[in-house]
Design a protein around this ligand. Structure first.
Ligand SMILES: Cc1cc2nc3c(=O)[nH]c(=O)nc-3n(C[C@H](O)[C@H](O)[C@H](O)COP(=O)(O)O)c2cc1C
Length: 216
């Protein structure tokens, strides 16, 4: 049994990466972690060149990655929400996995789990993190996968790290946390310091592991 985890976050050792890795470890099974920003992955061209072969015609890392996805028994997808939408690497990954769909339904029956990081608080309206989770869940459902669960994480608005967060006219710090908020008052959000998210990731990993072993 093998569980493959992918992260669409380009930030080094990001919250999304670490949450996906924590979930993978908790499965107790053989796992592999892929950071999409380390690969070259063009979006789907909608050319339908993969229909007969289940292999994409684009010559980049997406073809080898699809083979690893095909071999995995479960897929964990971690994304984040720039401009209140699913990030482009995660989206491109999902679209490229279209090659595993045609005629043979190569994803059907696999287990799936979702990790989503959002700088906007989870209780905000509209619920940005939920929207990202829904995007990934739609993919998994459409491919006939069994979605076991999802984990939400509070991430960092980039302005806490850019060096100009307190003086910038478009600082996301005030936009998200209010007029009086500053770089120091907001601080850095880490996955490990969010007990509910950490526990949810580990619990979801354990559940995935048990289900794959036939105990769930
Ligand atoms: C260009 C850009 C736009 C962003 N816009 C949003 C946004 O609209 N809503 C939001 O919740 N987070 C937004 N973010 C913040 C990301 O969700 C945040 O950086 C997230 O924590 C990244 O996850 P990571 O820490 O795992 O890398 C934006 C980030 C970038 C780089």
């Amino acid at each position: 049994m093998k569980v493959l985890g992918v992260s669409g976050s380009p930030i080094e050792k990001s919250n999304t990466d670490r949450a996906v890795q924590a979930l993978l470890t908790a499965t107790g099974l053989e796992t592999e972690f892929v950071k999409l920003s380390n690969l070259t992955l063009e979006p789907c061209r909608a050319c339908l060149g993969c229909v007969k072969t289940n292999v994409c015609v684009i010559q980049d890392d997406g073809t080898a990655l699809a083979q690893r996805v095909k071999e995995a028994d479960a897929l964990v997808i971690g994304g984040y929400t720039p401009y209140c939408s699913l990030d482009s690497r995660t989206k491109a990954f999902i679209e490229r996995m279209y090659q595993l769909r045609h005629r043979n339904a190569l994803m059907a029956g696999k287990l799936g789990a979702v990790v989503m990081t959002s700088a906007v608080p989870h209780e905000a309206v509209p619920a940005i993190c939920d929207m990202g989770i829904q995007s990934v869940t739609n993919y998994m459902n459409e491919e006939g996968m069994r979605v076991v669960g999802s984990v939400k994480i509070i991430g960092n608005v980039p302005c806490v790290k850019c060096g100009y967060g307190d003086g910038c006219q478009k600082s996301g710090i005030q936009m998200i946390y209010g007029e009086e908020a500053t770089v120091d008052s907001v601080g850095i959000q880490t996955f490990e310091e969010q007990p509910l998210s950490l526990e949810a990731a580990e619990a979801l990993g354990r559940k995935l592991g048990e289900m794959l072993k036939g105990n769930g």
